[in-house]
Design a protein around this ligand. Structure first.
Ligand SMILES: Cc1ncc(Cc2c([C@H](C)O)sc(CCOP(=O)(O)OP(=O)(O)O)c2C)c(N)n1
Ligand SMILES: [Mg+2]
Length: 546
């Protein structure tokens, strides 16, 4: 019989995992040796477990399949909790594998090193932020357990957790036979698709609102085809930014409520039949709505169910639903409302004016226009709102969970998943958390372009609470630090310097290039300024409505 560790690696590959990120430790050394020696999947070690989780999360988002984080028990795995929670919130199929004490150690009765409370504490913690779990204590049952857990990761597009005792890695185990995907009941699916199409046909102003599940389940093209067939305008949510970038003819824009383009806001909020595909009903997507979407008229397909008004079709995978709709949808007579393509600023004046975040968006648009778009990994902070002003490109960001520190490690995950050179957008505060992971670029040959929005400030907090002095950060001089980490660093304080630094960075391959954009405190992107105004107005409305 093959070794349990190899059975697990083969199953990960069979279920679509593309790579493994990790940090070894004594409880996971035997498994890490097997990962490295077997080369079943490429293995990348980073410097801190949060980054391992963020990199794997971003890789999974980009290749639309599983990605894997391998860590040691206790101190390693519990470092991964926040990244796993973020993956759960944003529906990412991250496979967390933790090495664990061997059977003999479990029976020793000792308080083992790395143990917080009991042998089962870690399983209980991860049970709360994953959709399926298994402790592979019995090699004879391992194949069935692995098949069950990995199918759940793919079907629910949510993180899962596996614990692997270190003395069982080489134990004999049966190979894993993937379980068949659970499909929708054909009759319920037909009834659901029929009802949706009838409602859309009767609608005066239907709209399709799309969000991250389209990417997770690989159905962006099917959604674009349905929109064309039915003449529906498509709007992405804030989180869904970058979706359908291959279908620019159907994308009308991004819904940002009061912070967005008025025509897009009206299109969504005045719709008599909004079709919400893969949409997470989160505050970051809808908190700045000028008028709440009327959920009694909405059709919401998410989390393997379809909610129409107040009735629900359970267990309907999004891919099955789109197939059923496309199989039945007659070309609509509706003249698709023509929307001018979203406008993005270009032609940054290369002058001595101080920088604003929106200047950075303009400079990136110029770079993409000259050299083609790059996949973008973005952190939380004004850099994310600035990203809304960059021509609709492939983007990963913690738009809903909003955890800082995501950007740089996610960019490394994007480099692995795509083989392309990523652009990383990150604030100085977030860079302080995980920016030093760039020190891993040289040994793996990654050469991202990194733009640090350096306002020496927690500026997003300052816009909400300007009186707090703790928002004043020091200037760490990141451009100089870049050189020590094996990259190139350039500091830009004017628009001319920014344009030149980006051109220089683009021309420099084989090393990461960090462009430190110095931003005066108190300046924010146009989008963040609108978002804050919209958020405050929404809060005022809520207060007045009692
Ligand atoms: C891990 C973590 N810690 C704390 C926060 C709270 C928080 C923000 C959100 C509201 O929760 S925005 C922000 C400041 C970000 O500073 P920086 O990266 O420099 O970006 P910018 O200056 O553009 O704001 C913090 C601390 C967070 N989102 N994630
Ligand atoms: Mg900042």
């Amino acid at each position: 019989m093959p070794a349990l560790g190899q059975v697990l690696l083969d199953a990960l590959k069979t279920h679509g995992a593309g790579e493994i990120f990790g940090i070894p430790g004594d409880f996971v050394l035997p498994f890490c040796r097997m990962i490295e020696d077997s080369a079943t999947l490429p293995f990348y070690t980073l410097s801190h477990e949060p980054a391992v989780g963020f990199a794997a999360d971003a890789a999974a988002r980009f290749h639309g399949g599983l990605s894997v984080a391998v860590v040691t028990w206790g101190a390693g795995a519990l470092n991964l909790v926040n990244a796993t929670a973020g993956a759960y919130a944003e529906r990412v199929p991250l496979v967390v594998i933790s090495g664990a004490p061997g059977l003999h150690e479990r029976a020793s009765g000792w308080q083992l090193h790395h143990m917080a409370r009991t042998l089962d504490t870690q399983m209980r913690i991860f049970t709360e932020i994953t959709c399926a779990q298994a402790n592979l204590l019995d090699p004879s049952a391992a194949a069935a357990e692995i098949a069950r857990v990995l199918r759940a990761a793919r079907e629910y597009s949510l993180p899962v957790y596996l614990e692997l005792p270190r003395d069982l890695v080489t134990a004999g185990a049966a190979s894993v036979t993937p379980l068949p995907p659970r499909r929708a009941d054909p009759e319920a699916l037909a009834e659901c698709a029929g009802e949706i199409l009838a409602r859309l046909a009767a609608a005066k102003q239907p709209v399709m609102l799309v969000d991250v599940e389209l990417r997770r389940y690989g159905v962006e093209r099917a959604a674009a085809a349905l929109a064309r067939r039915l003449g529906l305008p498509v709007v992405t949510t804030f989180m869904g930014r970058g979706l359908l970038s291959q279908g620019p003819d159907v994308i009308a824009g991004t819904y940002l409520g009061a912070a967005g383009q008025p025509a897009i806001t009206r299109l969504v909020e005045d719709s008599d039949t909004p079709l919400l595909l893969g949409v997470i009903l989160s505050d970051t997507n809808f908190a700045v709505s000028e008028r709440k979407i009327d959920m009694r008229r909405a059709i919401l397909a998410t989390n393997r169910e379809v909610r129409i008004g107040h009735h629900v079709y359970p267990d309907v995978p999004l891919a099955d639903l789109l197939d059923a709709l496309l199989a039945r949808a007659a070309p609509a007579q509706r003249a698709g409302q023509q929307f001018p393509p979203p406008r993005y600023a270009h032609g940054l004046a290369a002058d001595a004016a101080p920088l604003t975040p929106s200047d950075i968006a303009c400079a990136v648009n110029d770079l993409f226009a000259a050299h083609g778009p790059m996949p973008i990994a973005c952190d939380m902070g004004d850099c994310l709102f600035t990203a809304m002003e960059i021509a609709n490109s492939r983007l990963v960001a913690p738009g809903y969970y909003a955890g800082m520190g995501y950007g740089v490690p996610a960019g490394l995950g994007v480099a692995v998943a795509t083989g392309e050179r990523p652009l990383i957008l990150v604030g100085d505060g977030a860079f302080q958390m995980t920016g030093f992971e760039l020190g891993n670029c040289r040994r793996y040959g990654w050469d991202p372009i990194v733009i640090v929005f350096n306002n020496a400030s927690w500026e997003m907090l300052r816009v909400f609470q300007p009186e707090s002095r703790f928002n004043d950060l020091d200037d760490w001089g990141f451009a100089r630090l870049a050189e020590a980490l094996g990259g190139r660093g350039m500091r830009a304080t004017t628009r001319a310097e920014l344009a030149a630094a980006l051109a220089e960075a683009h021309a420099t391959r084989g090393r990461f290039c960090l462009v430190e954009a110095m931003l005066p405190r108190g300046t924010t992107s146009d989008t963040l300024a609108r978002f804050v105004a919209g958020f405050k107005a929404a809060r005022l409305r809520l207060a007045n409505d009692g």
